[in-house]
Design a protein around this ligand. Structure first.
Ligand code: WTA
Length: 646
């Protein structure tokens, strides 16, 4: 009989093959007893307490959970420090000389920091922050490339109790400005630039542009990375090297309350303004350390690589904090997967002997398109486990990943979670779960996930919800408690609503169906339709805009924007390009629309609401759904003609 990995991908898909854990993998796995699920379900709080005890606490908690819906507090009264857990407790063991961080810059430069190195560098930077007057509770904005110093900065903030707000380096000056304002940061840590596809991203220049409207920022620390020329504003800007000059690498970790703010991270919701998601200390660290160890079956000798940028939650939980809390070796790469060639990821796997690789479906689909020749050039035999996150993975991509990258040996863990959940919630446990390509399988032990219909009754297909609190869950939206309640807790009483649709199969496995609200998922990144619309109408030629996500082979979704121009303006190709540029400038390149469709009018209900559903039908080439509520049916017919012509 042919072995599974020898079959062509189509055959594997046709078979609807299930993938049980390889026997040897299961035997050695961190978790391989199915009883973990039943035990955790019987008493989830006790389960999480056991995980919390795996961390170092300066002072134990009095109470594990206080649940006053929608507000949860975990490990009340407990004191700990995230940086201490990631560093201090490892340097007293043989991990002192273990690689904590293996870093590779895009030009090919590499650095390895042992736990001891990182411990010292973090203390030095933390002490420098303190010397500069940064206090517990001060919010620090970090806008940096993927270099070791971004992890050092985050850990140093955590060490002194100054919450960070990391802003993805691909965001525009305006996006950065809005986040600085919302967090009310007085200090920004950045770099001259970062490398990306052979060119540099002007981070300092962007920061300068953002700060034109941030008079309260009085300190900018600038790391020298690319060496490109930058303006340094006297009295405000200081080079990283000078900032730490003469500072001793000693800074004791501040004992933080379990519920103290660890960080803010901005994400898109279904209204225009980004939300500052609040994550606190004890529960967050418990949730991510446990899931990182169990989901990735972490062993002492693993070389773990998560390809996400630290600007996203995946980078927070599973590049920096989760792996370091577990004393793992974490790999960090600065650049793009196609520089200098399309085999770069596989060169990194080969060069550093990566054993666990965690990436996004959009990347996998891109690799599929580039072809097998690139991974085939490299020795990928060190790999033993693969993971995905960020969007639903289509079964073809799953099987390709399993077969071509994992050579049919490595389980693939499809992990579902969100910025808000902080930690992975729906996922296989690779030593235990029989995998089905395209399904994130089951809730992690201790997690109570369900699918409900409109009336809140369990259903085979409907809304994905979480019934019980979990330790790393968001504690709120910065400065906007009403929106927190409105967004997550108003659809069903005392139940967290994820905004995702899902179905369950006969085995109870979850199949994620994407967002049900006005949030698009572009290459695994959340972008709200409203954000793009307001960027468009900000352009002087635009009267009105409606934005939708349409299916896209590689990116999952692409942005289609229907635009009505002002009287006297011509909808030319030139204007299309200009509008795309305009959105990229306002928000960042990730939000650049793929299609701009000019339209004399937009389809609206009689009450004036834009009917995005119809726009979706048009963009997806479907026959139009119900148009009876439309104010002027002729608009849609014209729009459809227009779209088909374009
Ligand atoms: C989607 C990223 C299907 C989902 C960690 C969710 C997924 C949003 C998966 C969160 C997955 C993430 N399968 N969909 N495995 N993982 N999503 O906040 O729509 O950037 O709500 O967090 O991504 O995106 P966020």
């Amino acid at each position: 009989m042919a072995k599974a990995q020898d079959l062509p991908i189509e055959a594997l898909l046709r078979e609807k093959r299930k993938f049980p854990p390889p026997r040897e993998f299961a035997r050695r796995a961190v978790v391989n007893k199915a009883s973990v699920y039943t035990e955790a379900a019987r008493n989830p709080v006790r389960f999480w307490e056991a995980r919390a005890r795996e961390l170092h606490w300066f002072k134990p908690w009095r109470k594990a959970l206080e649940w006053k819906p929608p507000y949860a507090k975990w490990f009340l009264g407990g004191k700990l420090n995230v940086s201490y857990n990631c560093l201090d407790r490892h340097v007293t063991t043989s991990r002192r000389t273990k690689a904590a961080l293996i870093w590779e810059g895009e030009p090919g430069d590499t650095r390895t920091l042992t736990y001891w190195d990182l411990y010292r560098e973090v203390q030095r930077f933390a002490a420098a922050l303190k010397r500069h007057g940064i206090r517990k509770g001060d919010r620090v904005t970090i806008y940096m490339p993927m270099v070791p110093e971004v992890a050092i900065a985050m850990l140093a903030c955590a060490r002194i109790g100054a919450p960070h707000s990391v802003v993805f380096g691909g965001f525009s000056p305006e996006s950065l400005r809005d986040r600085i304002h919302d967090a009310d940061s007085r200090i920004v840590i950045t770099a001259d630039g970062g490398w990306r596809r052979g060119a540099t991203v002007p981070l300092k220049q962007n920061t300068d542009d953002a700060l034109k409207e941030c008079p309260d920022v009085n300190t900018v620390i600038v790391l020298r990375r690319t060496g490109q020329p930058v303006d340094m504003q006297h009295g405000r800007d200081i080079w990283w090297d000078e900032f730490v000059k003469g500072v001793e690498a000693k800074c004791p970790a501040e004992p933080m309350d379990s519920e103290d703010l660890l960080y803010l991270l901005y994400t898109s919701g279904s209204t225009g303004k980004p939300k500052g998601i609040i994550h606190t200390t004890g529960g967050y660290l418990t949730g991510i350390a446990a899931t990182h160890r169990w989901v990735f079956d972490l062993r002492e000798e693993d070389v773990y690589w998560c390809t996400a940028d630290v600007g996203w939650v995946t980078g927070h939980s599973y590049v920096v904090y989760g792996p370091l809390a577990n004393g793992a070796t974490t790999v960090m790469y600065e650049g793009t997967p196609d520089f200098p060639d399309k085999d770069r990821f596989w060169r990194i796997v080969e060069k550093h002997g990566v054993t666990i690789c965690y990436t996004a479906p959009t990347a996998i689909r891109t690799f599929m398109k580039w072809g097998e020749a690139y991974p085939k050039r490299c020795d990928l035999s060190s790999l033993r486990l693969l993971g995905t996150v960020g969007e639903p993975i289509n079964p073809e991509a799953w099987v390709w990943y399993w077969k071509v990258i994992g050579n049919g040996r490595c389980p693939v863990v499809d992990t579902w979670w969100q910025t808000e959940t902080g930690q992975i919630l729906i996922t296989p446990l690779p030593g235990l779960t029989t995998l089905k390509p395209g399904s994130a399988t089951r809730a992690f032990p201790g997690i109570d996930a369900d699918v409900l219909d409109e009336r809140g009754k369990p259903a085979a297909s409907g809304y994905l919800v979480l019934r019980k609190p979990w330790p790393a869950m968001l504690r709120g939206i910065w400065g906007d408690p009403e929106r927190f309640v409105q967004q997550y807790w108003s659809k069903f009483e005392n139940i967290y609503f994820t905004g995702d649709g899902a179905k369950r199969d006969d085995d109870g496995y979850f199949w994620l169906l994407g967002r049900v609200d006005d949030v698009m998922n572009i290459s695994g990144h959340r972008v709200s339709t409203m954000e793009v619309e307001s960027a468009l109408v900000d352009h002087k030629a635009v009267a009105e805009a409606a934005v939708i996500g349409r299916p896209h082979d590689i990116k999952g979704q692409a942005i289609a924007a229907f635009v009505t121009v002002k009287a006297g303006v011509d909808g030319t190709d030139g204007l299309q390009d200009e509008l795309k540029q305009h959105v990229a400038r306002k928000i960042g390149a990730l939000a650049r629309p793929d299609d701009i469709i000019f339209s004399a009018e937009l389809p609206k209900t009689r009450s004036g609401k834009i009917m995005r559903r119809l726009l979706r039908d048009i963009a997806e080439g479907r026959t139009l759904g119900d148009t009876t509520t439309l104010a002027d049916p002729a608009v849609v017919a014209a729009l459809k003609r227009q779209y088909d012509e374009d």
